[in-house]
Design a binder for this molecule. Structure first.
Ligand code: NAD
Length: 488
């Protein structure tokens, strides 16, 4: 079964053991285009039965065949070849990701797809840094360590960055020598299905990367509980992450959990306000706010509060919202109807709580199809309001005034989350002091969402544990064996 999305053709069957196949129970699911609400593709809809077959294929590929025989050098070369193959298929991947998620094509071309290739290149470079150590003991013994892969890794990903969030797991998992079974998000599985074919074409042996589309409670839960899966790499909401960590504990598999966020973006009175307002826009509205690391809480020191709000509202008034396929579009639709309804509910909650609606708050004039919502700005938001504490995951930013550094830090740290935070100031001592006190896995100073492959990301508190990217991201997929030889 294949489907044509503009130019690219995506095979919509499951990808198990190196080949495409329909779901065991013969089920399919229609995927909608979030910009038009029209059917975009009909994908095979897997079940626990398909998942078991995929784990068996991944297990076989880990134990025998060409994959475990590759030297580090050969594995490194293969990852670099995969990066090149992603570049060669860049336009197809960019179009598929844009149509499936509703992401502006300028972003999938400029960020999502190039970043995916670069992450494979980065981990391709790290493969040959994997090394054990020799340990000294008595004169007649030899002790050394080997860094070994874990086995079959289960990956479960959310709907907002489908390509990047699997590549963040797949590249280090493969670099370490594991095999992978992936359950993509229910509504946005198309780029993973295409990626599996691209990797096979680049020479990845059969069974090393398997994709089973399907729902969370059946297919995802089976992956978390499967006894032959040695690690679960999960990205998604904190509620699902907690449930899955409990399930995974039944087989003592390792878990990394990249979960939700409610990032505080702090503007001090001495900041460059032009830059801060522009960055506040990007922090809050990138990917239509469907960004775990979004700066959805803007905290502004009172002397520059009104001016910052005015500048940000001025930017929102001129942002092109609309067709994700138009290279000039900056804000696309929400990725699915449930997400749009969630945003609408939170807008109603904010109004009922007494927050002041400064911009947006409803549909986009002229866009009567698709899951569009106007970029929305609430001011006079008190830290204890639900709109300031709970993750909306949409184009909604709240603004809260503060007076002192201490107050800013206290408000920033007052939610259950701890994924990302940021601050804007011209005072380098204040920057370091405040950064050290923010409870977040990453703190950006005078910028936001500046990512490097070398730089680990991950959560504090309810935003999860484990790290992706950087050398730390590779560590998550390795275990240590100690070998002791008595040479007497
Ligand atoms: P979600 O938790 O609803 O779903 C994520 C994945 O888990 C999907 O594939 C889903 O099918 C699966 N799932 C759902 N219920 C399951 C169950 N009972 N058992 C097994 N699998 C199950 O999240 P979402 O709505 O797709 O994504 C949005 C969330 O993801 C937000 O909270 C966002 O902050 C978070 N996120 C975090 C990061 C990060 O790096 N920390 C990145 C992106 C998104």
């Amino acid at each position: 079964m294949t489907v044509q999305i503009d130019a690219p053709v995506v095979d919509t069957e499951l990808f198990i053991g190196g080949s495409a196949r329909p779901a065991a129970l013969g089920r399919t699911r229609v995927i909608l285009d979030p910009a038009t609400e029209e059917p975009l593709a009909e994908v095979a809809w897997g079940s626990a039965q398909d998942l078991d077959q995929a784990v068996a294929a991944a297990h076989a590929a880990f134990e025998s065949g060409p994959w475990p025989e590759l030297t580090l050098k050969e594995r490194a070369r293969l990852l670099l070849r995969i990066a090149d193959a992603i570049d060669e298929h860049a336009e197809e991947l960019a179009v598929v990701e844009s149509r499936n998620v509703g992401k502006p094509i300028a972003f999938t071309r400029g960020f999502d797809v190039p970043a995916a290739a670069e992450i494979f290149r980065y981990y391709g470079g790290l493969v040959e840094t994997i090394e054990g150590a020799a340990r000294q003991a008595g004169r007649q013994s030899l002790i050394y360590t080997r860094r070994e892969p874990l086995g079959v890794v289960g990956a479960i990903t959310p709907f907002n960055f489908p390509l990047n969030l699997i590549v963040n797991k797949l590249a280090p998992a493969l670099a370490a020598g594991n095999t992978v079974v992936h359950k993509p998000a229910d509504e946005t599985p198309l780029s993973a299905l295409l990626l599996a074919r691209v990797l096979a074409e680049a020479g990845l042996p059969a069974g090393v990367y398997n994709v089973v589309t399907g729902d969370g409670p059946n297919v995802g839960a089976r992956l978390a509980e499967h006894p032959d899966v040695r690690k679960l790499a999960f990205t998604g909401s904190s509620a699902t992450g907690k449930r899955l960590a409990a399930t995974a504990a039944g087989t003592l598999k390792r878990v990394t959990a990249e979960l939700g966020g409610k990032g505080a973006n702090i503007v001090f009175a001495d900041a460059d306000l032009d830059a801060a307002a522009q960055i506040a826009f990007q922090a809050g509205f990138f990917n239509t706010g469907q960004f775990c690391m979004s700066g959805s809480r803007l905290l502004v020191q009172r002397p520059v509060y009104q001016e910052t709000v005015d500048r940000l509202a001025g930017i929102l008034a001129h942002i092109p919202v609309g067709d994700p396929g138009d290279p000039g579009t900056v804000l696309g639709p929400l990725a699915n109807r449930a997400q749009l309804e969630k945003v609408e509910q939170y807008v109603a909650i904010a109004k009922a709580e007494g927050a002041v609606l400064r911009h947006g708050g409803g549909p986009v004039p002229g866009l009567d199809r698709g899951y569009f919502h106007a970029p929305t700005l609430f001011t006079e938001v008190a830290p204890q309001m639900r709109i300031a504490r709970e993750e909306v995951f949409g184009p909604v930013v709240t603004v809260t005034p503060f007076d002192t550094d201490e107050e800013a830090v206290a408000i920033a740290n007052s939610t259950a989350y701890g994924l990302a935070a940021g601050l804007h100031t011209a005072d380098v001592r204040r920057a370091h002091r405040v950064a050290a006190r923010l409870q977040a896995g990453i703190v950006w100073i005078n910028t936001w969402a500046m990512f490097e492959n070398t730089t680990a990301i991950g959560g504090y508190k309810d935003s999860g544990y484990g790290r992706e990217l950087g050398p730390e991201g590779l560590e998550e997929y390795l275990q240590t064996k100690t070998v002791v030889l008595n040479a007497e």
